[in-house]
Design a binder for this molecule. Structure first.
Ligand SMILES: Cc1cc2nc3c(=O)[nH]c(=O)nc-3n(C[C@H](O)[C@H](O)[C@H](O)COP(=O)(O)OP(=O)(O)OC[C@H]3O[C@@H](n4cnc5c(N)ncnc54)[C@H](O)[C@@H]3O)c2cc1C
Length: 409
């Protein structure tokens, strides 16, 4: 008989934790899944992919309605958006998916599901709701939260993050988005399409900085054509609450100070791993604010404790969390050594046009010292692009081939 209460204990019931729990339980491991919120599903379901993609679709339909004539349809006089209805649609999509992520479903697969915040007491045990519980292997899958950097006045200025923006009762008439990563840019376009006046403040000269410059710039142009204003090479100096409006003071690279005003601010300046309060310092599990220190088999500095999902601090996507959950299962449950390999990981930013990648792009290939050639094909005059009414903007598709030396255009 095992000396431990469970074969595997999983802390966090989001994309990564649910993958490990479902797999481990179905393969007969005695499995405990711990979640601190009252529901399972994590950020993707409640504050991430699901609400954002639902909102983006609503904004897309509204945008098309306003352009009916471009598609040979009668012009439509479109009334303003009632954001309560939009939030209601988001809640209803979440509620439908929630059933799939119910504790009952995971219990029926053979896992035990407990709610509460777990904290390590020693290398094998956590304290949960005042009681110790032990497992042979532990998986830390506690996800990430919006990083909120120290900005003068921000603690006294109401602002939104991905946790609040999908449940607004009213569409803000104007929105300043701090940051230009995927969350910022998706939300900037969606809110602009729904009728808000949107400005994006970005410290560097490019949005979506992981993407190739020309690809990211084509998305910038698309958003500009829809009325989004960009402040590039601009840093945030301070924020303040003016009552109905908020003020954001920014400074350009050249030193010019500007005062921007909007009804709402969205802070989307990156993510921080949720690793505080787990007692990791006490048990020798090393981490920093980006994530856990992991080897290629996703083992922490305590080899029986694994990390998966956003806590890895590498590719913060739902499908990456699922993939990492599979790596943990193979190593911890099947006892087969398997290393992560992200070389063909796909990802997508769900703007219009969407910007999707698989594996390396030109800039990461060059950073890695790989010489490559680049093919560029515009969708603008492509038959399907024309049929879809995409002719106004010009999305690109490019491809890489390792080992070539020229850059073709
Ligand atoms: C606005 C937005 C849009 C996104 N869109 C996409 C997209 O389109 N496609 C995509 O692939 N990815 C998207 N992502 C990223 C995706 O949501 C995350 O990569 C994914 O949710 C990570 O899964 P996870 O399991 O690591 O963390 P989570 O899903 O956040 O799960 C972690 C869970 O751990 C729990 N927890 C934390 N601490 C404790 C504790 N001490 N004890 C017990 N439980 C704890 C949390 O409550 C949470 O439920 C988006 C993210 C955001 C913010």
């Amino acid at each position: 008989m095992s000396v431990f209460d469970f074969d595997v204990g999983i802390i966090g019931g989001g994309s990564a934790g649910l993958t490990v729990a479902a797999g481990a339980a179905q393969f007969g491991a005695k499995t405990l899944l711990i979640e601190k919120e009252p529901v399972l599903g994590g950020d993707c379901l409640h504050y991430g992919c699901v609400p954002s993609k639902t909102l983006i679709k609503t904004a897309h339909v509204y945008h098309l309605m306003k352009q009916a004539e471009r598609f040979g349809l009668p012009a439509v006089n479109v009334p303003p958006v009632d954001f309560r209805e939009v939030s209601q649609r988001i809640r209803s999509v979440i509620a439908t998916i929630q059933k799939h992520d119910s504790p009952e479903r995971f219990c029926s697969l053979g896992a035990k599901v407990d709610f509460g915040s777990a904290e390590f007491i020693d290398e094998q045990r956590v304290r949960l709701n005042g009681h110790p519980v032990s497992a042979k292997y532990w998986v830390i899958a506690t996800g990430s939260s919006p990083a909120v950097p120290r900005i003068e006045g921000l603690d006294r200025t109401p602002y939104l993050t991905n946790r609040e923006i999908f449940s607004l009762e009213r569409l803000p008439s104007s929105l300043i988005v701090l940051g230009a990563g995927p969350v910022s840019i998706e939300m900037a376009q969606a809110f602009a399409r729904l009728g808000a006046k949107v400005a994006v403040v970005q410290r560097s000269g490019q949005i979506l900085t992981r993407e190739d410059r020309d690809m990211a710039d084509s998305v910038t142009e698309a958003l500009k054509s829809e009325g989004v204003t960009f402040y590039f090479d601009t840093s945030v100096v301070s924020t303040s609450d003016l009552g109905h409006d908020r003020e954001v003071v920014v400074r350009t690279e050249g030193g010019e100070v500007k005062r921007l005003r909007a009804e709402a601010i969205l802070v989307a300046l990156g993510r921080e791993a949720n690793l505080g309060g787990l007692g990791l310092e006490k048990i020798g599990v090393e981490f920093d604010r980006n994530g856990l220190k992991l080897d290629e088999r996703l083992r922490t500095t305590q080899k029986h404790i694994y990390g998966a999902g956003d806590v890895t601090g590498t590719h913060q996507f739902t499908h990456a969390a699922g993939y990492e959950g599979g790596i943990v299962l193979t190593n911890a449950i099947f006892r087969l050594p398997r290393k992560v390999n992200y070389s063909l990981l796909p990802w997508c930013t769900y703007t219009d046009p969407e910007l999707a990648s698989i594996g390396m792009n030109e800039s990461s290939a060059r950073k890695a010292g790989i010489t490559c050639s680049v093919w560029i094909e515009e969708f603008r005059m492509n038959d399907r692009g024309l049929a879809e009414g995409e002719a106004v903007i010009a999305p690109l598709v490019s491809g890489l081939r390792e080992g070539d030396r020229v850059r073709e255009r």
